[in-house]
Design a protein around this ligand. Sequence first.
Ligand code: LIP
Length: 282
Amino acid sequence: MAVELARIAVDLARRAGALVADGRARAGGDRAGLGVRVKSTPTDVVTVMDRVCEDFLVDELRRLRPQDAVVGEEGGTRADGAAPAGPGQVRWLVDPIDGTVNYIYGVPQYAVSVAAERGGTVVAGAVHNPASGETFWAWLDGGAYLSGGHGGEGQRLRVTSCSDLGQALVGTGFGYSAAVRAEQARAVAELLPLVRDIRRLGSAALDLCFLAAGRLDAYYEARLYPWDYAAGALIAAEAGAWLAGLHGQPAGDDFVAAAAPGVAEAFFALLESLHPVGGSGR
Ligand code: LIP
């Protein structure tokens, strides 16, 4: 069951990715051609391709898996998509373009993310970056894999063996509200001298896949949406990453922390000290 859901996720992420890439090519890099609109703040943006891509994903899932629920970042749902799935029901979480700002600017770090959860547990997921041609995917207890780019076909993914937090390359991201970003900046300023370096790459889904692929040693971010991290978190976990939230909570919307096992305990303890009252807003 999970491997079949992963196969569907890979196929849909790749075909949706081709739509997204074509939309940008047709716009000729002109942002006006991408129909950019603002959402929660002037820097929280959405393009016409976000919506075209999500409509494609919702329609295809309705065709392929009519019994399943679907929920997407831009509001695309099956009627029952927003409700948690029942014990046996599958619910799909789709992000049509994770890293929308990168997409608008032509920074080649954005992805289509497709995850399937069953009874509230993510059991399959795929993240496809149309700019690099890389597809990351996993299914529960089946491992994590990379195809495309320089990865060959179906390369098995494993996190790094990093065991010194001072040598860890840490990915992170920031919310859209100025007040929240000021708070997040204070935390990252304290973290920065204690690790090798940070990378703010602009897509939570790809940050988690980069952890899985050994391109990062750790990652954290506050106040994400389920579709941002659902597939990437499974891929990271299946590649051997440890995941956690803050203050004993599991990784989730409030806070996602993920790390190679050799630095995970020290990393999670540091994040706890830097976020005494839990994850910040968006
Ligand atoms: C993005 C996340 C990223 C975060 C950005 C943004 P979007 O999602 O993937 O990690 O730092 O602020 O939320 O909005 O591009 O789908």
